[in-house]
Design a protein around this ligand. Structure first.
Ligand code: NAD
Length: 506
């Protein structure tokens, strides 16, 4: 229980946290969870998890490796036949109990999440409401995994399509949404009748372990959910095992396009089912007809949530010439009012970046843009007076296609604004990237809205809206942003296969 004690001590000794209440310690864990038991790494090794706001070590988690992963996969494979045969209604009831426990413990989970991910407490609560909603949704959807009876082309024959769970699902998740990325995958997998092995990000294992604890308390049988934590060096060997072990039927990964491509190749060895939710480069277009105040509010919500570390975050603001100056000025004004700080302080609305690598990446992107002629209208530097990992929200104009901020996913609090004249030009700029996750546009011209929605090469679009995620909606991208969909009724399809039955001689 060392991690629990450390967390408790830090919280108790820091007056900065006092205004957010005391932490319940009942579901903080510093062990992995395999076959219904809390376990250390077989090697006995651990890794440190740090609070990005303060740099303090908040706990130690087991640094598991391939051997631990094999045990977790075996446990999931052993549990699969019984879970797959459990009536969907009963699986739904257990998911619903899990959801109820997550709701009743939301405040405490939010504190764990802010502690390890750094996002403001209000955002952690928002993520938890969103993350919980997937378990609620899939608890209901479990009962609607229906097959089909087909019209036979010949006499004396009946033809039926069954949907069956694929088997053990490997779920690899990132740090930017440590709660919701797990529930969005695990909810669908469990509803479908699959068992799973989760490998959460090394920066944020404690939220994941808390969720698994609540799943256990909800009565989800042993072996159905297993979790393997590790530091970054063991991520690749664990990932390879999850992709190549013959007992694993499919992989669902959320993270960078680079790692996604590697895992996709590794899964090819065993022709595994693959779902990939990868990086984006979202255009955010504002047309002359738009309501600029609403567009600015949408821009703030889309760009700066989680300090810009969101895969569907607006990456390039593409603004029509008639409203460019007004939009930029209003955006700058809103950005200048941000309060940076420790997310545990209740009035903070921008936390730190997750780690030093992310800060360096953001600094390099800003430097590259400035070196190539971009103008800084706000920010452009670290907020070192607050902490090592804080970066002032930054606004750049005079952006050119040869700048990294134009071509790459920024994943930080940097807003870049480009000017365009015609709708065709805006579409060409938007689509001129290998990514295609989300896109946004603001327009009050209905015909234009339909045209632009059809022409943007992305999987999701916010039209006069900056926040688009919901359990009811299909989340996913095109091009190098991924394959497959999460959430909605389509999310379950990733975890079932169709079996065709042909009854002859009837
Ligand atoms: P990342 O790809 O480096 O890491 C994601 C996860 O994969 C982490 O848990 C990491 O430990 C693990 N990992 C790293 N290398 C691995 C390997 N070889 N084998 C197995 N696992 C490995 O990404 P990140 O820096 O953690 O997250 C940022 C990226 O994730 C961004 O590009 C962002 O757009 C993307 N993302 C996408 C979505 C989405 O739904 N499309 C959501 C969140 C984040």
């Amino acid at each position: 229980m060392s991690c629990v004690l450390q967390l408790y001590r830090i919280q108790a000794s820091s007056s900065r946290f006092s205004n957010c209440g005391r932490m319940s310690i009942s579901f903080l864990h510093n062990k992995g969870f395999i076959n219904g038991s809390w376990v250390d790494a077989k090697s006995g090794k651990t890794f440190e998890v740090k609070n990005p706001a303060t740099g303090e070590v908040i706990g130690l988690a087991p640094d598991m490796d391939v051997e631990d992963t094999k045990s977790a996969i075996k446990a999931a494979a052993d549990a699969f036949p019984a879970w797959a045969k459990t009536p969907a209604k009963e699986r739904g009831v257990l998911l619903r109990k899990w959801y109820d426990l997550m709701v009743s413990n939301s405040d405490e989970i939010a504190k764990i999440l802010t502690w390890e991910a750094g996002k403001p407490l209000s955002e952690s609560k928002g993520e938890i409401t969103y993350g919980n909603s997937f378990i609620d949704w899939f608890a209901e959807e479990a009962r609607r995994i229906n097959g089909e009876v087909l019209q036979s082309p010949v006499r004396n024959r009946e033809m039926v399509l069954l949907k069956q769970p694929i088997g053990v699902a490997a779920l690899i998740t990132p740090w930017n949404f440590p709660h919701a990325m797990i529930t969005r995958k695990a909810g669908a997998a469990l509803a479908a009748g699959c068992t799973c092995v989760i490998r959460p990000a090394e920066d944020t294992p404690f939220t994941a372990l808390a969720l698994v604890d609540l799943a256990d308390k909800a009565g989800i049988p042993k072996g159905v959910i297993n979790i393997v934590t590790s530091g970054r060096p063991n991520a690749a060997p664990i990932g390879k095992e999850l992709c190549e072990n013959p007992l694993v039927a499919g992989l669902s990964f959320t993270g960078s396009t680079e790692v996604g491509k590697l895992l996709y190749k590794q899964c090819a060895t065993g022709i595994k089912r693959v779902g990939l939710e990868l990086g984006g480069n979202a255009p955010f277009i504002v047309f002359n007809s738009a309501d600029i105040n609403k567009a600015v509010e949408g821009a703030i919500a889309s760009k700066f949530r989680n300090c810009g570390q969101t895969c569907i975050s607006a990456n390039r603001f593409i603004i029509q010439d008639g409203v460019f100056d007004e939009f930029v000025e209003k955006l700058r004004d809103r950005m200048s009012k941000f309060k940076l700080g420790n997310g545990m302080d209740c009035d903070v609305n921008q936390g730190p970046l997750i780690n030093a690598a992310q800060v360096k990446k953001v600094e390099a992107i800003v430097k590259d843009a400035v070196d190539k002629g971009a103008k800084v209208l706000h920010g452009g530097e670290r907020a070192s007076n607050i902490g090592e990992l804080f970066y002032v929200p930054t606004l750049l104009v005079d952006i050119k296609p040869n700048m990294a901020c134009y071509t790459e996913e920024i994943f930080g609090p940097i807003a870049v604004c480009l000017k365009f004249k015609t709708e065709e030009e805006a579409i060409a700029i938007s689509n001129g990237t290998s990514r295609g996750l989300a896109g946004y546009f603001y327009s009050n011209d209905l015909n234009q809205a339909w045209r632009v929605a059809r022409n943007l090469e992305v999987g999701m679009i916010g039209i006069n809206e900056g926040l688009i995620s919901a359990a009811e909606a299909a989340f996913g991208g095109v091009k190098e942003s991924g394959i497959g969909r999460e959430g909605s009724s389509h999310g379950i399809e990733e975890y079932v296969y169709i079996k065709y039955l042909c009854f002859g001689g009837i």
